[in-house]
Structures are given as C-alpha cells and as structure tokens.
Design a protein around this ligand. Structure first.
Ligand code: LLP
Length: 419
C-alpha cells in the first residue's frame, strides 16, 4: 500500500498534487512519500514481532537521501552500509553508530578505519583476508572489532542474475564449505570479536523458499560452530524481500516473511539483524517526468519521449525491469507506446509496446516504484545533471536534494594549462 493516488483526476503524493511539484521544482524529479516510508517501516517491524532480539538496518544503497534516512531513523531503524560514503550519511541522519552494520566485499583499509573510528556496531566480513586486515587495524588500537562472517550458502535466489548474490559463483561471502575453517582462524584473532554469521542471497525475491533454504543452512552452521566451541550471539539475515512492480506480482508479505523467520530461527538464541532496502523504499517513490514529444513509430507503436532517461532511472536499461508508467492527469484514453528517454542509445528505453494512458507533448507522467534503486543509481551520462528529490508530508513538500545541473558537474573539471 502506498500514498500515491488519483484525487479529482490528478495524481497526488499524499495530499500534494504532482502538478504542483512539477511546477515548482521542474521535471524530472523523484518524489517520495513520508507516510508510505513510515507505513512500510511499521509493517516490516510488525511482521517481525515474533522475533525477540533484533536490529532492523535499512540498506542505505536503496535510497541514501538524508531526509529518507532521517524518517527511518525516527522509525527506530539502523543502517546497513557498503561504503564510507554511506556510513557518513547514516551518521549524518542521526543513526546511532552501534546500529550501523558495514557490509561489502571490497571495503578498503580507509573504510575499515572509518568504521573503527566511528565505533560502528558490526562489520560483516566477506573474506579471511578482510578479517585479518580488520583484526590488525583494531588490535593496533587495542580494540576488538565486532564482526560477523558473511557466508555464501550457494542457494539460487530465483531473481535477476545481476542481483543474485548467494550462488557459489557470486563474489559474495565465504563458501559454506570453507566457513568452519575461516571462522576458526578469524575467531582466534585478538583484534576481532567474531560473534556470528551473516547471509544475503539476493534482491527482489518473490518467493520465501530460497530464503528459508539459506536460513536453514545458516542454522546448521551455527550448530556446528557452537559444537566446535564458538560463542555465537549474532546472525544477520540480510535483505531481499521483493515488492510488486506490476499487477499480478505477489511478493511475500513482511508478515509471511516474519513468520517464516520466527519459525526457522526459534531455537537459535541469537540477536538477529535484518537489512531491508527495497521493501521499505521501493513503492514510497516515483520519478515524475514530462513528455517532450510524441513521435510516430517506424513499423511499431509511437515513441513517447520523456524528459527522464536511463541516467536518472537505470533499472529498465540495466535489468530489463518493469516500472508502471501512468499519467498524472489521465484522460481515460489509452494508447500503446514505446516509452523512451532522450539519451543517444537504444537502451534508453523504459518500456516497449506498453499499453498506457494516452499522452501528448507537455503531459506529466510518473514511473512508479522509483523509491529504491532510483536516484541512487543515477549518473550524468550525456552530460545530463542529477535529478532533484522531493519529500512529501501530508499537504506539504520539501526539496530534499537539489537538482545538480550539468554545468555544476563541469565546474569540477579542469583543463591543464599545457593544453
Ligand atoms: N544487504 C546486502 C548485503 C545487500 O547486498 C543488499 C542489496 C541488501 C541488503 C538490500 O536488499 P533489498 O532488501 O533492497 O533487496 N540495483 C538493484 C538491486 C541491488 C541490490 C544489491 N544488494 C536493483 O535495482 O534491482
């Protein structure tokens, strides 16, 4: 459920007509709904009511906007970060360091140091090499870094191959077969407080079964590690819960997910961490765009050319992802169209042969489900600037990220005086 709906024939975010945002901020612009973020946070939390000790750490990569992070911080969420940049954002949004988990396969020495400087709650270590490096850095400060070992359970998450992370051939985590050995080595290091394991098998999961299979493998590993004399107090179950991008897609509900987790983990006796991203932010945002013009097709449907492009919303070009496309002021007429951006490559296509609201030049429309992996994946390709972001709260809104015009990006470039 989200708070984007037609009222008096105009698409609103909560009580704000999107026409107003387009007028005041211009297009393209990402628009987020605070009430939707809060609702998703609450539903996810309530789904996990059967799990006694836990941290819900929002996957910052899904939407790193400071105002969005602040809304989630106020909902009691911590943060799952994968870079120094995300770590700084989570802290700037007021998240407590001990509620920050640092994931990622390639944390640099500087990033590990930053995590130690800030006293974050947990490092999820993805290799023996990383574990040794972190231990050395922490020991040099006379500290023990709180850590979990991320394992790769070799489970097919049944999602797009580019966002699947838990198969043996993926770069993430330590293969299950080496987990015991790696754990024995790292747990013995003076600079580490290795206290458990972490797992994350992929994103946009529409089925609980692969998650349950992975969690069951983690449960067996926890038993083995305990039998070998290790003290396991923490398990991080990652994120991955999918959202409906189009009619007919029925991802598991947070309640169904929570019930499965409670059942599978009931005898583990650990503190659990969750790292949801998309399920919190995905349907809490849209990308508002304007039709530049409509051009007749060659032997197919017309091209609806919008002012947003693949640099603003990369998912269709990158994963062939579907985003619903609807008019802000639908006339009731329908058309079939290819919906494209202005960028000079054919990949800049949001939808082919899409049945949608009839649109003409100047009309406003939105790509739905743009709140996660939208603005955060933007680039400035074709020397386009970065799109602004607005957060709606009831009948008011604020620009929570300025548009960064192409000229401002160019300002950071230099032509050396020997040219
Ligand atoms: N934890 C870890 C360690 C992750 O790698 C991810 C996502 C998450 C949590 C959050 O997963 P979520 O709950 O959002 O599914 N750009 C892609 C998605 C990449 C996801 C990467 N990792 C897309 O647009 O679909």
């Amino acid at each position: 459920m989200d708070h984007f709906a037609l009222k008096n024939g105009v698409l609103h975010a909560e009580d704000v007509p999107l026409t107003r945002i387009a007028e005041e901020v211009g297009t393209p612009v990402y628009v987020y709904s605070r009430a939707t973020l809060e609702r998703h946070a609450r539903v996810f939390r309530e789904g996990l009511e059967g799990v006694p000790h836990k941290l819900i750490a929002f996957a910052v990569k899904a939407n790193p906007n400071l105002a969005v992070l602040k809304v989630l911080q106020q909902q009691g969420f911590g943060a799952d970060v994968v870079s120094g940049g995300e770590l700084i954002r989570a802290l700037a949004a007021g998240m407590a360091p001990e509620m920050i988990v640092f994931s990622g396969v390639g944390k640099t020495r500087a990033e590990l140091e930053l995590g130690l400087d800030k006293g974050i709650g947990q490092f999820n270590i993805e290799s023996r090499e990383e574990g040794r490096e972190l231990a050395e850095l922490a020991a040099a400060r006379g500290e023990r870094a709180p850590a979990c070992l991320r394992i790769n359970p070799d489970v097919d998450a049944k999602t797009h191959e580019k966002i699947s992370t838990g198969k043996a051939e993926n770069k993430f985590g330590i293969p299950m077969v080496h987990a015991r050995e790696a754990y024995d080595e790292l747990a013995a290091l003076e600079g580490l407080n290795l206290r458990g394991v972490a797992v994350h098998i992929g994103s946009q999961l529409l089925d609980l079964e692969p998650l349950e299979t992975a969690f069951a493998k983690v449960g067996t590993l926890v038993e083995d590690l305990r039998a070998a004399g290790h003290t396991i107090t923490h398990v991080d179950l990652g994120g991955g819960l999918g959202v409906p991008y189009r009619a007919g897609e029925n991802p598991p509900s947070p309640a169904g997910y929570g019930a499965m987790v409670a059942r599978v983990t009931k005898d583990w006796g650990v503190h659990l961490t969750f790292e949801p991203g998309r399920v919190i932010a995905g349907n809490a945002g849209v990308l508002l765009t304007q039709v530049v013009r409509v051009k007749r097709g060659g032997n197919g449907p017309p091209f609806v050319i919008v002012d947003a492009a693949m640099n603003d919303l990369a998912r269709p070009a990158l994963y062939g992802a579907w985003h619903d496309f609807i008019a802000v002021e639908p006339s009731g007429e329908r058309m079939t169209a290819n919906i494209v951006g202005p960028i000079c490559e054919t990949g800049d296509t949001f939808a082919r042969d899409r049945e949608c609201d009839a649109l003409v030049a100047g009309d406003l429309a939105v790509f739905r489900t743009g709140g996660a992996y939208g603005a955060t994946m933007a680039s400035s390709y074709n020397s386009r600037g970065f799109v602004p972001e607005a957060l709606v709260d009831g009948d008011r809104f604020a620009v929570v990220a300025d548009r960064i015009p192409a000229a401002a990006i160019m300002d950071a470039e230099r032509v050396p005086d020997w040219l």
